[in-house]
Design a protein around this ligand. Structure first.
Ligand SMILES: Nc1ncnc2c1ncn2[C@@H]1O[C@H](COP(=O)(O)OP(=O)(O)OP(=O)(O)O)[C@@H](O)[C@H]1O
Ligand SMILES: [Mg+2]
Length: 596
């Protein structure tokens, strides 16, 4: 598995730097784009302002030209004196009317020497030195503006020559305009616009605070008439001039400076376009790009972090699985060892059990030996008696009686042979296979083996013997051992009393149940009777080892049966042995099973 490396600490600052760079580039691009659009609009605004000023001035210039041909001026008496006065009055009335109608400040007529002959305002004096008049006297159209400093009223005048009959200049018409009136139309317009004359002075502007400021060659921006303005920081963005000016609240802080020469009126027009929208747009664009990049980065980081956590969890899990597998393998090995040990112990137990069974058998045989010798002795004595009697009868020629004796001898010999056969079978030390067993025959044999003992003790035996065979699943010799144990125990329990009786019954139900009950005192501790070496009999004596019932328990268990011992309702002990019918355990091939 590939383990994910922890994030390098330099990654985040690097990423942030990249985001900042990208945002700056996006902002710059947006700024330039917006700048182009603002420049286009600014240029058209500037052209509009310049056109407006030019056309207004043009009107007054044309007025001067028109008035130069007016007949009232042509007929003016050039002499000074009372006789010329009526003509001057009429001319003045005309000039005043025209001035009123055109909103001109003044209209005047000067003679060839520059002396005012007549003026709408009634002004008198000489205008000889004025540049416009000087130009008009040369036969051309002159214009002038002034003053060049704050304090006076800004005027713009046009002088048109008035030609005499001889073709020479005999005077000039001067139309004077108040620049304030001209500015009225576009004062306070959106962007600051100013017009700088040939001497570098701002003469016309829609921001009054900029009037009379001057341009310094080779230096961007304007300077106020007195003192120094905060310096203009100018830079070029995409070939455009961008200023940072702190002149007035009505002049944008960041402005695009555009200018346009106006040769017709001898001025240069300038506009300062507010860059705030462009800056806002650039900022928005940069912020958007930064936000997108950061969001993307965060998502990427989140995904990486998630993968890393998952990988860590996976690694942890794998370690745990490996540890667990190791533990399980160890446990498995241990279990296998334990199983082997258990199997060994089981084998040892089986061996011990087999030895115990043998010991039990020997003990039973030991106990039975007196009875058995008695049992065998009796028929032997009888045989001897019958044989002697038989011989005597033969001697007397009573063959019938002798024959009867021989028959009795034969019967007694058979009986002795059966006892010996049972004993041999009981003592046989060989493993006996399980299979079909006639339970009636088994109980018969047990009764026969214990008959001597019971007879000596005078025990009544009630054995409700079924007529036919009852087939059970088990081992014959071992079952005989069980019932011999039960009968012997019953006899032992009743040894202290006068009246002694044992009842054996066989009930055939789903299973086969043999019960052995006695008239004894009952079991002292029913819970413990099947424990090995539990006995109430004298320890160490021949009487009891406390093994009979525990061996019997093991034997019945090995046949799949059950043995239990309780005290009966009328006193005395009741032992029941429950066994499977042979039919229920019969091998499926239908064979009779192995013979016991
Ligand atoms: N029929 C019975 N009535 C009363 N007590 C019984 C009866 N059968 C068994 N017991 C009690 O159960 C005990 C255990 O019996 P068990 O046959 O196992 O051993 P034992 O007879 O004492 O000795 P062993 O059979 O080895 O010679 C007996 O000592 C006795 O106290
Ligand atoms: Mg016993």
């Amino acid at each position: 598995m590939s383990r994910s490396r922890p994030q390098s600490p330099a990654v985040i600052p690097l990423f942030l730097a990249a985001v900042a760079l990208l945002a700056a580039l996006a902002g710059q691009a947006g700024y330039r784009q917006a700048l182009d659009q603002l420049a286009l609009r600014g240029q058209s605004d500037l052209a509009l302002a310049a056109d407006s000023l030019t056309s207004q001035l043009q009107t007054y210039r044309e007025l001067a030209v028109l008035m130069a041909d007016h007949p009232v001026l042509a007929g003016l008496d050039p002499r000074r004196g009372p006789e010329a006065a009526p003509g001057r009055e009429a001319a003045r009335a005309v000039l005043r009317e025209v001035a009123d109608k055109t909103s001109a400040l003044d209209l005047a007529y000067v003679d060839a020497g520059g002396q005012i002959v007549v003026a709408a305002s009634g002004a008198t004096g000489s205008r000889a030195g004025a540049p416009d008049v000087r130009r008009a006297m040369q036969g051309a159209l002159g214009d002038a503006h002034g003053p060049g400093a704050p304090g006076g009223r800004r005027e713009w005048s046009f002088a048109a020559p008035v030609f005499g009959g001889d073709g020479g200049v005999r005077g000039a018409v001067i139309v004077t305009v108040d620049v304030d009136d001209l500015e009225e139309a576009w004062r306070g317009g959106r962007a600051p616009v100013y017009f700088v004359d040939a001497s570098g002075i701002v003469f016309v502007s829609n921001r009054s605070e900029l009037l009379f400021w001057r341009e310094t060659p080779g230096r961007p921006g304007l300077q106020p008439p007195q003192g120094e303005a905060p310096p203009v920081r100018a830079r070029h963005v995409g070939g455009r001039e961008v200023w940072r000016v702190e002149w007035s609240p009505y002049v944008p802080l960041h402005a695009l400076h555009l200018s346009q020469p106006m040769p017709v009126i001898g001025m240069t027009a300038s506009i300062l376009v507010d860059l705030a929208p462009a800056r806002r747009l650039a900022l928005t664009q940069a912020a958007a790009v930064a936000a997108i990049c950061l969001a993307f980065g965060m998502m990427l980081n989140l995904a990486t972090e998630r993968r890393r956590t998952l990988a860590l969890a996976n690694a942890k899990l794998e370690t745990r699985v490996a540890a667990r597998t190791r533990a399980l393998t160890q446990a498995n090995t241990r279990l296998r060892r334990e199983v082997a040990e258990r199997q060994e112990a089981e084998a040892a137990l089986k061996r011990a059990q087999a030895e115990l069974i043998e010991a039990g058998k020997l003990s039973a045989l030991g106990q039975m030996s007196a009875g058995i010798s008695h049992e065998l002795n009796q028929p032997l004595m009888a045989i001897r008696q019958f044989a002697e009697n038989g011989a005597a009868f033969l001697d007397r020629g009573r063959t019938e009686v002798a024959r009867d004796n021989f028959d009795k001898i034969s019967g007694l010999a058979q009986r002795a042979a059966r006892i010996i056969k049972n004993l041999r079978a009981f003592a046989r030390n060989e493993s006996e296979p399980m299979g079909k067993v006639d339970l009636v025959q088994v109980i018969d044999t047990a009764v026969e083996l214990t008959a001597g003992r019971l007879g000596r003790d005078g025990v009544r035996l009630g054995w409700d013997r079924p007529a036919g065979p009852v087939r059970a699943w088990g081992g014959e010799v071992r079952l005989v051992q069980v019932f011999v144990n039960l009968i012997t125990n019953a006899a032992d329990a009743m040894s202290e009393q006068e009246d002694r009786g044992i009842t054996i019954t066989l009930t055939e139900g789903e299973r086969l149940v043999v019960s052995v009950s006695d008239d004894g005192p009952g079991i002292a501790d029913p819970e413990r009777i099947f424990e090995p070496f539990y006995t109430t009999k004298e320890v160490g004596s021949d009487e009891g080892m406390g093994l009979g019932l525990s061996i019997s328990y093991g034997l019945v268990q090995s046949f799949g049966g059950h043995i239990r011992g309780v005290n009966g309702p009328g006193g005395g002990a009741v032992f029941t042995v429950e066994l499977d019918r042979w039919e229920t355990r019969r091998p499926q091939d239908g064979s009779e099973g192995q013979a016991a």
